[in-house]
Design a binder for this molecule. Structure first.
Ligand SMILES: [Zn+2]
Length: 470
């Protein structure tokens, strides 16, 4: 929010920002002080009845209540509110004027908190930047996040993607976080601080049967515990492995073979030269082989990619065979259908076995361990797409950014709330008059109310929810 042109004066601005009726303002003066725009505000007495006994009250003096508001035209802004004190004529108790501006005891306004929290819909936002932008301390920003961003357990999706992320925030001696994603709605569902079978079992045991039974498809990478927990908890679900990881494994084995072969060649040889400098012609996914020939220093001739490619494949029959198998798999991966995947997969597996290439032994092991799950990945239950985690790459990319900005300075709980807030449009925030710290992990969460001896009416803790999110 900002001032729109010069037509709006500060009075209008405050009226709109705090939803304050014009006639409630008794005094409003503004001045600049040390680069800060200060608004002095006083409201008329509303002659409220006593909160304790319902008796009549009288206005009895003021006390200063200062709070920060959003910048005004880029200038830090403070509101110095002369807050009224009322005294009951009947029982003699005293209490403060209703606070329409801030959660009780806070020195920042609702609009500021609202705007500050919304910054965290963006994963690139850092606590430090927000602290600078809103002229509050990083500690306060952390406290607001811990208090207002609450991410309750989300229902499991029908089409679940399970993945992991390397992070220092992982717990229980693990190095990876485990991520649950809704592959249909492309949103983050949950993050666990550990990817072990025992941890995931404990977490999933907390879920209801109804919730667990909602899962119809699960796509995982080739991490055995994911298969085990899927079979245990998602009893009727069809488990697929993400074919990206299958192709990646084959490509890595091929590269290993290529490097092994290269090391056996004399350094001055053409084979070494080709394997060292032109290997990418065999390894990159899409290469234009028919480019304009260019003069090649080594061969002292004009050559295009296709000529170099053939020279590479001529280096060794094993390399040639391994390359063909890799490309066959890639072709299978691109063209297989639910109907022919099984037959083609086992035929291809046979080819790999027959070739008897030591570097491909891990591939054969993978085929043995994950055959049914590889075949399942060719099913297309939703939007005519193969089962894959690739469609939620965007979430993965954003999680990686968030991990980078969070590692070392954040804890898992805060990271989880932030991630869900940014990557699940269903997660709201609510600004309450209680602060919660997630700083001390392992101990019970310290919840405390800002000390304030005055009575607090519930109206002060109005809830703000984010309705602007697309
Ligand atoms: Zn009273």
């Amino acid at each position: 929010m900002g001032l729109h042109g010069n037509s709006m004066n500060i009075r209008d601005f405050i009226i709109i920002m705090f939803n304050l009726p014009q006639e409630r303002i008794e005094k409003l003066d503004t001045h600049m002080s040390d680069g800060t725009f200060v608004a002095h505000l006083q409201l008329w007495s509303t002659h409220p009845t006593c909160e304790l006994c319902g008796g009549e009250t009288v206005s009895k003096g003021f006390y200063p209540y200062h709070f920060k508001n959003l910048d005004t035209n880029g200038i830090p802004t403070e509101i110095h509110w002369n807050r009224r004190r009322y005294k009951c004529k009947e029982c003699g108790c005293s209490f403060a004027e209703d606070n329409l501006f801030t959660p009780e005891g806070f020195n920042v306004s609702y609009p500021l908190l609202d705007s500050l929290i919304k910054e965290f819909r963006n994963v690139e936002t850092t606590i430090k930047n927000v602290a600078n932008r809103y002229h509050v301390s990083p500690t306060s920003v952390s406290l607001y996040l811990d208090s207002f961003l609450i991410a309750p357990q989300q229902p499991l999706p029908e089409n679940l993607g399970i993945d992991e992320k390397h992070s220092s925030m992982a717990k229980y001696k693990g190095k990876y976080l485990c991520v649950f994603v809704d592959n249909n709605d492309r949103k983050l569902v949950e993050i666990f601080p550990n990817r072990s079978k025992s941890h995931l079992t404990r977490e999933l045991e907390k879920r209801s049967k109804e919730d667990l039974n909602r899962v119809k498809y699960v796509t995982i990478d080739m991490w055995k515990p994911y298969k085990d927990i899927s079979q245990k908890f998602f009893k009727t679900a069809i488990v697929s492995v993400d074919n990206f990881h299958v192709v990646k494994e084959i490509c890595q084995c091929f590269t290993k073979l290529r490097v092994n072969l290269m090391k056996q060649q004399p350094h001055e040889s053409s084979s070494y030269y080709l394997l060292k400098h032109w290997h990418w012609l065999l390894e990159k996914e899409k290469v234009n082989l028919d480019n304009e020939p260019k003069y090649n220093q080594h061969f002292k001739a004009k050559l295009n990619h296709r000529q170099l490619y053939f020279r590479l494949l001529n280096i060794s029959p094993t390399l040639n065979k391994a390359y063909n198998l890799k490309e066959l798999y890639r072709h299978f991966n691109e063209t297989a259908t639910e109907a022919d995947a099984e037959e083609r997969f086992y035929a291809l597996k046979n080819e790999f076995v027959k070739a008897n290439i030591p570097e491909y032994e891990p591939v054969i092991t993978m085929f043995n361990n994950w055959g049914p799950e590889i075949i399942n990945s060719f099913k297309r239950p939703y939007n005519n797409r193969k089962q894959s985690n690739a469609f939620t790459e965007n979430i993965n990319g954003k999680l990686n950014i968030l991990i980078t900005v969070s590692n070392g300075i954040s804890n898992f709980e805060r990271f989880r709330s932030r991630a869900l807030f940014a990557l699940n449009p269903g997660i709201m925030y609510s600004i309450k008059s209680r602060l919660t710290s997630k700083k001390r992990e392992g101990k019970p969460r310290g919840e405390y109310k800002k000390a304030d001896k005055l009575s607090i009416s519930d109206d002060n803790s109005k809830n703000l929810t984010d309705k602007e999110d697309k």
